[in-house]
Write a protein that binds this ligand. Structure first.
Ligand code: JBH
Length: 257
């Protein structure tokens, strides 16, 4: 898989040379290329932005410069990702979808954003996803590019040593938040590791972990429980949910109160 990132701050993407993504690149599992948008600016000041039509604060990134850059890096069938606060929420499902593409091109916007005709133009020719990190404000697309690249790269075959760990993490498939984890020492700061985890009884450990996942999800992300299909729940799950005041209706779970 090839991923191209275009930015006026290419050095912002340097952390991708580290750790898991860096190793995937060195192992040849990922072809990662970072480009400086200013390389496609036409004037000697390497200008990439201008004032917004219609007035308003800030600057907008020019479509002609972006068009030159994207035409230069995109190969047929490339999927263009444009991080934006106005985008669809980035999700594990979207990461999985993107991990199946031949080439991702991530256009990092700054200032007030990129001229809307860029997304319009490339959407007419292929696949474009405007993606938001969430309902908060950061200054540009680069931090979103770091998130997208890492979330996608770790799903590529061979990148994660033990693919089983991909199954058990939050948002990975069962629709629940992951359970709390413990390791040595067994006693720390007057706190003990839950006995069941030291028992060696795999069935009880699995039950305990599932119960903790459900409790955490109910406490922190009840929206994920509402999205669950009750058919996915076993008797133990229903017992924990009932103890938390949740009930089951044909359409799904009903929260307490
Ligand atoms: C900026 O303002 C941010 N909010 C959420 N996601 C973003 C993605 C790219 C640029 C943002």
């Amino acid at each position: 898989m090839r991923i191209d990132v275009v930015s006026i701050f290419p050095e912002y993407l340097a952390p991708l040379n580290l750790s898991l993504v860096g190793k995937a690149v060195r192992d040849g599992l990922l072809d990662l290329r970072v480009h400086d948008l200013r390389d496609w600016a036409r004037d000697r000041h390497r200008t990439v932005d201008d004032t917004p039509f219609g007035g308003g604060a800030g600057m907008v990134m020019r479509p002609d410069v972006w068009g030159e850059a994207l035409d230069a890096v995109m190969t047929p069938g490339a999927h263009l990702v444009v991080p934006s606060p106005a985008g669809q929420p980035f999700s594990q499902q979207l990461a999985a979808d993107l991990a199946g593409t031949e080439q991702l091109v991530i256009a990092c916007g700054r200032y007030e954003g990129i001229d809307a005709r860029v997304v319009e133009h490339y959407a007419a020719a292929g696949t474009v996803s405007e993606v938001s990190l969430g309902d908060y404000v950061v200054n540009g697309g680069e931090v979103a590019a770091l998130v997208v690249v890492e979330a996608v790269a770790r799903l590529l075959p061979g990148v994660i040593g033990n693919p089983q760990s991909l199954v058990e993490e939050s948002h990975a498939g069962d629709g629940l938040l992951e359970y709390p984890v413990y390791t040595r020492p067994t006693a720390w700061a007057g706190l003990e590791v839950p006995e069941v985890l030291l028992s060696g009884h795999h069935g009880n450990v699995a039950r305990w972990r599932r119960d903790r996942s459900i409790e955490r999800t109910a406490a922190r992300r009840p929206d994920l429980l509402l999205a669950l299909d009750p058919a996915q729940l076993d008797r133990g799950d229903l017992a924990v949910l009932s103890a938390l005041g949740w009930s089951v209706r044909e359409g799904g779970l009903v929260p307490p109160g």
